[in-house]
Design a protein. Structure first.
Length: 570
């Protein structure tokens, strides 16, 4: 390993030369308390920034802050944010061409996720980040590069990677908040709950493009009849509204907070940073948001429990289409969620197909059942819970027909919840429905077995895996639209999904040599990530990825199911 003086001498030598001379920087350099590795040098100032790595010797963080995987994830997340804060507070100059001077580390927004940019162990702290090496035109700005690498970068490292230089209480709070959320989530099933919203939570967000809390928003207060008390890992009592297992409706007038509550619940599968307002909004990890998705591809999904004998479509136990309608896409999304292991489905009528959710008495009388191939969700929702153990949470503002199916009805009024279950039952009794149940037979679906070779991550002779923002996955020649997969929160998750699909397509593990169904494939990927971390996902030649965050199995399945090349057996 060279010392930093060697780095300085190289920068002086290549100053003013063509950009390719930056390749001379590749290597390891000792900075005393840490080492700097320049792993990959960008081709020109307009290309993706260069990849660097810092290894801090003799990690100074107390072992109790990372003694288990829960605390380790939270601490690593905090360090990545501290590094970004140091970058934002630094005097780095963005002068020059292209990405000159840009310094990036992958870290989160409001959610705390396991990520590949920071890795802590007993004797080492490793950070992976990017730097746009500065240039004027395509001529190296060696003095600017030296200022960043020799002066500014060490200051950022000292401010963010050494425990003694950080606000101790803030670090502890970040770790403790994450740990409390995980502990509360572990209690939900035992308490017969699917979600918990703590009193004092702030659910409204700043805007449609900002996930920060809305200043001055009404704080959440649970209705007494749904109030439950849970304990944090420190034995502190937390009170809030428990949403029980079963069929749950969220009702109320427009703009009173129905969708805001549901959005908080659907993102309650993640833990949030302190002061987000949703730190203790906790949802079971297997919750999946279901919506209509016109135009999506479907590959041999068994939707016969919802769609049967449609004109010209044939057998719907192996339903395929390149361009699904709203109702067929919503039916498909339910089956695929259950196939991946979900036992909690979330719906908002605003993003649902009306003819899939409900067929009222008048429509039944006008259009006879033998002319309607759709079994509406209202005729399966109670069966899904009673026979399959699948709970539902539904926002319904326009149809009271679900009152007869609901176990719990929550009304939102000026962003406050009220338990109106008894009132809803009274309305249902006073105005009984004469609509006929339209389900045919028991709810069932067939498992599917994906072909690994149908996932094609190569474009020509080159591996192509990336994300274009949160909503688009690039895999080989294909762009996969994930804009309707609403529980994705980071582009780093989307990128990791592409890597996960690659690993499945290339795996030669004994556990996947035999034919595996989709649930078994997801089990395999989760087990490997649990055992080996996110580095497991990296393809050959891309070891130690710097910009991945942990995706859920349900979003991996969603991306696989939307691949135009996917082939399955059923």
């Amino acid at each position: 390993m060279d010392d930093k003086e060697k780095l300085i001498s190289i920068l002086k030598r290549i100053n003013g030369r063509g950009y390719k001379a930056y390749l001379d920087l590749k290597g390891n350099y000792d900075f005393g308390l840490f080492s700097l590795t320049i792993k990959h040098v960008q081709r020109d100032p307009f290309a993706s920034p260069s990849l660097l790595q810092v290894n801090v010797y003799n990690n100074s963080f107390p072992a109790e802050l990372y003694e288990n995987i829960t605390r380790k994830i939270a601490l690593e997340d905090y360090i990545s944010r501290a590094f970004r804060k140091g970058v934002n507070n630094s005097p780095i100059s963005r002068r020059g061409s292209g990405k000159s001077g840009i310094l990036l580390i992958d870290c989160g927004n409001q959610e705390i996720l396991q990520r590949s940019s920071v890795n802590i162990s007993e004797d080492n702290l490793e950070l992976r980040f990017q730097l746009g090496l500065p240039a004027r035109g395509r001529r190296i700005m060696g003095n600017e590069a030296q200022k960043i690498l020799i002066k500014i970068l060490p200051e950022i490292v000292f401010a963010s990677c050494f425990y003694e230089n950080l606000p101790v209480e803030e670090v502890t709070t970040h770790v403790k908040s994450f740990e409390d959320a995980e502990y509360l989530r572990s209690q939900l099933e035992g308490e017969g709950l699917v979600a918990f919203i703590a009193d004092g939570s702030i659910l409204p967000r700043e805007s449609g493009v900002s996930s920060k809390p809305l200043p001055g928003a009404v704080t959440f207060k649970s209705p007494t009849t749904l109030r439950v008390s849970l304990k944090t890992i420190q034995d502190e009592i937390v009170t809030g509204m428990g949403i029980p297992e079963g069929v749950n409706l969220i009702v109320g007038g427009g703009y009173h907070g129905k969708s805001t509550l549901l959005r908080a619940v659907e993102l309650g599968v993640y833990n949030h940073i302190p002061r987000d307002g949703r730190e203790l909004v906790i949802t079971r990890a297997d919750a999946v948001k279901i919506r209509a998705e016109d135009g999506r591809r479907v590959e041999k999904v068994d939707v016969k429990s919802f769609i049967h004998h449609p004109p010209g479509m044939g057998d719907t136990s192996r339903f395929s289409t390149e361009n699904a309608s709203g109702s067929t896409s919503q039916a498909t999304n339910i089956i695929e969620a259950l196939e991946a292991g979900s036992r909690l489905l979330l719906f908002d009528e605003d993003t649902s197909a009306t003819n899939f959710m409900i067929r009222d008495e008048r429509m039944q009388r006008l259009v006879s059942k033998d002319k309607e191939p759709i079994t509406p969700f209202i005729d399966r929702v109670d069966e899904l819970y009673q026979e399959q153990g699948v709970s539902s949470v539904l926002v319904m503002g326009g149809s009271g027909d679900y009152f007869q199916k609901a176990d719990t009805v929550i009304m939102m009024d000026h962003y406050q919840p009220y338990n109106v279950t008894l009132e809803a039952r009274k309305v249902a009794d006073e105005m009984p429905l004469n609509r006929r149940r339209e389900s045919r037979g028991k709810f069932t679906y067939k498992e599917r077995y994906p072909h690994p070779e149908s996932i094609k991550p190569d474009k020509g002779k080159r591996l192509k895996l990336d994300s274009k923002g949160v909503n688009q996955l690039v895999i080989g020649p294909e762009f996969v639209d994930l804009s309707q997969v609403e529980q994705l929160v980071e582009s780093s998750q989307t990128r990791a999904i592409g890597y996960a699909l690659y690993q499945f397509s290339k795996s030669r593990e004994d556990s996947l040599k035999r034919k595996s169904n989709i649930c078994e494939v997801l089990d395999y990927l989760e087990t490997k990530m649990n055992q080996e971390g996110l580095d497991f996902l990296a393809p050959p030649g891309r070891s130690q990825p710097h910009n991945l965050s942990r995706p859920r199995r349900y979003e991996i399945a969603a991306a696989m199911n939307r691949l135009r090349t996917l082939r399955v057996d059923s």
